[in-house]
Design a protein around this ligand. Structure first.
Ligand code: NAD
Length: 279
């Protein structure tokens, strides 16, 4: 395993699993299977409504909580709620979160930030981050808040490598977690000829080549999967390395296109979603 060292010295594994769009029972099974395969980084969110299943999966794996790097995200409708973080901890069945994000840059994010900062100072949260925030708001957080964000989570993959944002993050020491690392499973991306060529050379799958490219680019990856074989493969990317030339070759598939193209208005509407049951 390789690690990214956060600006507060904590170490975050470079590869893990995300449980977006899974029911609590699916998240439980996927997390248990992932941890048993060696995965130690788990990404969930209030908004996925499967934190309870994620917590059960961690317990069922039999691996000690301290060995797991658990990531979750506060949903905008609870940013200002004083008890939101304790309720998140209760659903996850743990007394601390390794990395807590604000999920979306809604108007009330500053109140939410003060809430996660307080939890950080109390030791309930070991690192804090901003998900889907544009560079101007990241700058504002760095300049005006007590605790600088440690990590940013954004869409990133070979079709949209986030080159400009990465240059900014490198200056600030913040880490990047790449969501949709496999293009949300898009076959056009996964089947790009360059990945098949490199997969043949290294005896790996196309998906493993993409994930290895991420890690060598400094991105933390946490692809979603319910398939135990894929879960294992997605973690088995630390026994080979792409050459500088191969990294540059992968860089050429950049199309400058995202999969998620919601307008700010659509996002604002979505962020009002009331959280449903998470059992
Ligand atoms: P992904 O890019 O990880 O793609 C997942 C899909 O790829 C799976 O459904 C599966 O069909 C396929 N796949 C997985 N492993 C494979 C393999 N080895 N070979 C071939 N196909 C494979 O997309 P995702 O799961 O939607 O995103 C990853 C994680 O990012 C989510 O689970 C979630 O934790 C996070 N996320 C965060 C945000 C945010 O707003 N912060 C938004 C979306 C997703």
């Amino acid at each position: 395993m390789e690690y990214f060292t956060l600006s507060n010295g904590n170490k975050m594994p470079m590869a893990g699993i995300g449980v977006f769009m899974m029911s609590p029972a699916e998240a439980e099974a996927a997390v248990e299977s992932a941890i048993k395969s060696g995965v130690r980084l788990i990404d969930t969110a209030n908004g996925y409504m499967n934190e309870s299943g994620t917590g059960r999966g961690i317990k069922k794996s039999g691996v000690a909580r301290e060995e797991i790097f658990l990531v979750t995200k506060l949903w905008p409708t609870v940013y200002e709620k004083e008890t939101a973080i304790d309720e998140t901890l209760a659903r996850l069945g743990t007394d601390y979160i390794d990395l807590l994000f604000l999920h979306q840059p809604t108007d009330n994010w500053r109140e939410g930030y003060r809430n996660i900062e307080k939890a950080y100072k109390e030791g309930k949260v070991k690192a804090i981050g901003l998900s889907n925030f544009p560079e101007d708001l990241l700058k504002e957080a760095i300049e005006t808040m007590d605790i600088k964000p440690h990590v940013v989570q954004v869409e990133a993959h070979p079709y949209f490598p986030q080159t400009e944002l990465k240059a900014f993050l490198a200056e600030t020491g913040m880490g990047l977690m790449a969501w949709y690392p496999l293009g949300h499973g898009d076959k056009n991306l996964i089947n790009e000829p360059v990945f098949a060529k490199l997969a043949g050379k290294y005896g790996k799958t196309n998906a493993q080549i993409i994930l290895r490219w991420h890690v060598q680019s400094g991105n933390v990856v946490f692809p979603g999967s319910r398939n135990p074989e894929h879960i294992r493969d997605n973690f088995d990317i630390f026994d080979f390395a792409l050459t500088g030339e191969e990294m540059a070759e992968v860089g050429k598939v950049n199309k400058g296109v995202r999969y998620y193209n919601g307008t700010p208005e659509m996002l604002a509407q979505y962020a009002k979603m009331e959280l449903g049951p998470d059992l």
